[in-house]
Design a protein around this ligand. Sequence first.
Ligand SMILES: Nc1ncnc2c1ncn2[C@@H]1O[C@H](COP(=O)(O)OP(=O)(O)OP(=O)(O)O)[C@@H](O)[C@H]1O
Ligand SMILES: [Mg+2]
Length: 373
Amino acid sequence: MKKPRRGKGQAIQSTRGGVAHRLVERVKELSALHRAVRVMQDNVKPVSKVLREIVSLIPPAWQYPEVTEACLTVDGMRFPTAGFRKTPWAQRAEFTTSDGRQGKLEVVYREKRPPESEGPFLAEERHLINSLADSCASYLTRRRAEEELVVAHGRLQALSKQSMRLQEQERRQLARDLHDEIGQAFTTLKVNLQTIQRTTDPKRKTASLNDSFMIIDQTVARVRDMALDLRPSMLDDFGLASAVRWYVGKQGERAGIRTKVDSVAIPHGLSPDALVACFRIVQEGVTNILRHAKASRMAVTLRPLKKGVKLVIEDDGIGFSPNEALRASGERSHLGLIGMQERIRTFNGQLQISSEKRKGTKLSAMIPFDEAV
Ligand SMILES: Nc1ncnc2c1ncn2[C@@H]1O[C@H](COP(=O)(O)OP(=O)(O)OP(=O)(O)O)[C@@H](O)[C@H]1O
Ligand SMILES: [Mg+2]
């Protein structure tokens, strides 16, 4: 039988139907994108919930929602729609976040559908899946950065509290030292001077004089210690290299461990703040060795490089896991290493900690010269 010929009116109608259908498809795609953008703007909702919502936006946006399923995989997590399974009618878009996490977005039809630009999928659906994958990558990158910011903020707060606590402690210590040691020294000196003034016995005079000289020497040394402990303003007078040599030598002697200091004078290039930072890094590194390392040897090296200063603090002690220590430090209020890291970051420097259990520890810091100095 002969097929009835389609009239002109019917053809126009079917063209109009096609245009309307395509328009509906574009509207569906656009509104999916629009909703995805809105969902991803939420900074409070858990990431997994947002990703699940993104996946749920996919089936209604594709040409055949009744057979469309989708799945988002990232970071070892999977977010499939309820009926998702592998089928021959699939398209996928892979993505990588700025911090290197890999992910993929898959869309499948559960049943065969007529061929289009990419299997049964429209060219616009390819654009849409790519756009959604890119949006997921940006979203995940942003959320990770925000999380890191919160952690960093917490650490800075802990550091600032710790620094206030330390300041208080230092003041209390200073008050005690001034009262007990310096005050005592002056009292004894006064007694000695009175003895010298009153006595006619030359032997007693000499003994009091010698005792006074000794007290003065001790007091000068103590004041120097206190000044350096409190704020290493002596760095300006003696220079970083001498201050480091003096400090490390003294600590090593006190703790009775073999100490090697190779501290070379630094030419211009470090601001007063950077000098203090270097000294504080040495203080923290050495204090950690004495407190934690159970070392029999420590070595501190301070050397100028072409573009900065290199500081190395080593021991042959029990070692530790730097990553674990840094990760746990915020929670356990062990803030020395984090403080060191922050200080170095302030001066655009670098810190490397290599340590292994029972193989000792090596801290290497590089602080660049300040061009303005
Ligand atoms: N040289 C070292 N040898 C062995 N373990 C170390 C060494 N330096 C640091 N550690 C380990 O790393 C941890 C973190 O050190 P960190 O300096 O951050 O904190 P802390 O010394 O415990 O406390 P503080 O806030 O007073 O410095 C220490 O508790 C210790 O277990
Ligand atoms: Mg410490």
